[in-house]
Design a protein around this ligand. Structure first.
Ligand SMILES: Cc1cc2nc3c(=O)[nH]c(=O)nc-3n(C[C@H](O)[C@H](O)[C@H](O)COP(=O)(O)OP(=O)(O)OC[C@H]3O[C@@H](n4cnc5c(N)ncnc54)[C@H](O)[C@@H]3O)c2cc1C
Length: 360
């Protein structure tokens, strides 16, 4: 089978299919080179928000829950193979207004019967943390089971693990798809073509163009995101005894991810902006730099070490993600918008089940 696109989605699919005994070819021009400009996965912060999702039923809730559980298994398996996968547990959603606080209280109450570890934090509890949280936070909702993983490390591990198991990779651009006998033909930028009974499209924002060539209209649009890596000065750091930082902290939709595993032990990631289409907006970057008006002296004093950006792929006429089979042998696994890292394992499982459950 052919998998087109080697972001977190394509790598997860290729890795899982190969482990389940399928012969897989992964096609992506950026394999082994610098990431494609705009690719989402290399830009992602890797925040995993499965339990703090506002719904408790439906397709996306089930995908989030399944992915949450699969990530634990996948990480354990990859670490057993010797891959080092930096990650952290815990996620705190801060309430910026009374309406958000009420929503958090309802969410905590609703999750309790499901046995999910969500707990409310008072503003007094938040004020005790160092470095300080935004003073305007009215309270917060902590999820001990959510957290963050490092996307570049996970992607490198999936690729190495799949290759060790026999995955074939081609650093080529897919330029077109067409039906061929009982399967599919993929045309590549170097003039060659590949035939296979199954074709899986997960080429991010390039997916709709490839589908259009086979007569399928599944529009998706890019939504840019900018992110920063910051280094704290000599005030309180992440790993000091009693600092009690709750993991990832989300303030007005922007994530602050402590990264004590990065050089010096005093870095964090901050992101990401939401900018539909076009060029990166300097005003969005400025808002991000100040963590949406958090007014925290320790954050203002921190040094920007790295600034990057990428594109999320958002479906236009339907909710994210797009998991569809427009016709036999053709699978679309794309349009994950803001949660592709979280949803990668459940997406890969969806693909494997479609292929294995198809009539021979
Ligand atoms: C700044 C930022 C922060 C984010 N933070 C998070 C987060 O914290 N948690 C989370 O879950 N999600 C996050 N996301 C969203 C997440 O990154 C995406 O949902 C996810 O990366 C989508 O993965 P993908 O594999 O579908 O697409 P991509 O990562 O875009 O990969 C597509 C791949 O297809 C390849 N490709 C393109 N065209 C072709 C072609 N013609 N032929 C062959 N290959 C091709 C590209 O080279 C690329 O490797 C974030 C996104 C951004 C931009």
């Amino acid at each position: 089978m052919l998998v087109v696109g080697g972001g977190i989605i394509g790598l997860s699919i290729a890795w899982l299919l190969q482990r389940r005994g399928h012969r897989v070819v992964l096609v992506d021009p950026s394999l082994d080179g610098p990431p494609a400009p705009g690719a989402g996965s290399q830009a992602a912060l890797g925040v995993l928000m499965a339990q703090v999702f506002h719904r408790s039923s439906g397709r996306v809730w089930r995908l989030r829950q399944r992915s949450h559980s699969l990530w634990q298994q996948w990480i354990a398996g990859l670490e057993a193979e010797g891959h080092r996968l930096p990650r952290r547990r815990g996620l705190l959603l801060l309430a910026a207004d009374a309406a958000e606080q009420v929503r958090q209280q309802r969410l905590a109450a609703g999750r309790a019967p499901l046995g999910l570890p969500l707990s409310l934090r008072s503003s007094e509890q938040l004020r005790a943390l160092r470095p300080e949280l935004p003073a305007a936070a009215l309270g917060g909702l902590h999820s001990a089971a959510d957290g963050q993983l490092d996307p570049p490390s996970v992607m490198a591990a999936l690729l190495a693990s799949a290759r060790a198991g026999g995955l074939r990779t081609l650093a080529l651009e897919a330029t077109g798809i067409e039906r061929r006998g009982g399967g599919w033909r993929l045309r590549c930028g170097d003039g060659t073509s590949l035939d296979a009974p199954w074709l899986v499209l997960c080429a991010g924002v390039a997916t709709p163009g490839l589908l259009a060539g086979a007569g399928h209209d599944l529009p998706m649009e890019p939504v840019r995101g900018q992110a920063l890596e910051l280094e704290l000065d000599d005030g309180p750091g992440w790993s000091e005894p009693g600092s009690g930082w709750p993991g990832v902290v989300v303030w007005r939709g922007l994530n602050l991810v402590p990264r004590p595993d990065l050089p010096g032990g005093r870095r964090c990631w901050l992101g990401a902006t939401l900018e539909p289409g076009g060029d990166a907006d300097p005003r969005a970057l400025e808002d991000l730099r100040g963590w949406a008006g958090a007014e925290l002296p320790w954050l203002q004093r921190a040094t920007v070490v790295h600034h990057w950006q990428g594109e999320r792929c958002r479906p236009v006429r339907q909710p994210a993600p797009v998991l569809e089979s427009p016709e036999p042998g053709l699978l679309v696994a794309s349009g994950h918008y803001r949660n592709g890292v979280l949803l990668a394992p459940a997406t890969a499982e969806w693909v494997a089940e479609r292929i294995e459950g198809a009539p021979a």
